[in-house]
Design a protein around this ligand. Sequence first.
Ligand code: SAM
Length: 380
Amino acid sequence: MANESLSKAKEAKNDEFYTQYHDIEKEISAYLEYNPDVFRGKTVLLPCDDPEWSNFTKYFAQNFETFGLKKLISTSYAPESKRYKYGYQPTLFETEAPHFDADKTKTHGKIFVLDHDVTGDGKINVEDLEWQYLEGDGDFRSKEICKLRDQADFIITNPPFSLFREFLAWIMEANKKFLIIGNMNAITYKETFPLIKDNEVWLGATGFVTDMVFGVPEGTIVKESDKLKAERLGYVGNYTRLGNSCWFTNIDHGRRHQFLPLMTMADNLKFSRHKEIRGISSYIHYENYDAIEVPYTDAIPNDYEGIMGVPVSFLDKYCPEQFVIIGQTQGDSGKELGLKPFPRELKKLNPSLRDGQLYYIDEEGFPQKPYARILIRKKQ
Ligand SMILES: C[S@@+](CC[C@H](N)C(=O)[O-])C[C@H]1O[C@@H](n2cnc3c(N)ncnc32)[C@H](O)[C@@H]1O
């Protein structure tokens, strides 16, 4: 396979992941638990969702009345515009419709709308979805989909991973409520982290330690280990598992308001389950920033008033009433925080040190850099 096709296949692999009904249900339940009327009278747009396949569409259509929705709009992307062309076959649902068009089905996106009882059975549900071809291919950046975005209250989907940055910016510029799936690496992107720091965006209710299983198009090459993990979770066939995906949102849920139960510094030093903490005389202090190194979220001392460097996974437990986020140390962010450059002689000792990163001196006198850290402080 030529290099170009290889990288296309890789990107496509990242873009063609289909979310499982159960994962959507589990996540949405947390918002409903916090506010049962969160979707009442609202318009929800699912902008990267072919309703014939998408569990997002099925889930929201099925719960249209329970949630009290005003309107559900779901749009799909034209098969010929997708990076990965996997032998698209229109479904019977489409081909049996009087307005089916064998050419348009390849080059145009589709729009599905649900807002009233079409079948006359007295209920509004998935049976009442009405569809049309879009004018264009359904690219979320097109004028046609931007117009739909502007009339929606909520944007919910699992967007193409390769366009995550653009997708989030597309939502934020329209100032919409949203819930989307992304790779957890996106947390530290320079486009995402400032929003998390300022509590404009946060992680969803499903922890990102949980493996999520996704459907993949027939014929997609899935790593054996991921296939096995998906099978162990009960998904056999065209499925893969991703351990590094999580939900990003600006819809409130109860989990983010739960205080993390933590011990005092003295108790951590005596009783922590982590050997790096238990029995040492004090937490390590960074050399180039006034903060202590806390290598595990459950080892954050609850009585420390200064700044602490904690793992990125802390965000999964972050409660804005308990902690304030000061910054992060990925990319250029360390320089922005004013981390002092390393003395030259230290660089000789550990050439992997880079200016703009945190470092500390270990017990052998060797300069070490911790993994990616988020700097936090107890809320006053
Ligand atoms: C990660 S998949 C998720 C599909 C569905 N939301 C789900 O969760 O099952 C992302 C979908 O977005 C489509 N897509 C890719 N680029 C797009 C674009 N520019 N505009 C709209 N959709 C796009 C992909 O073809 C793919 O079907």
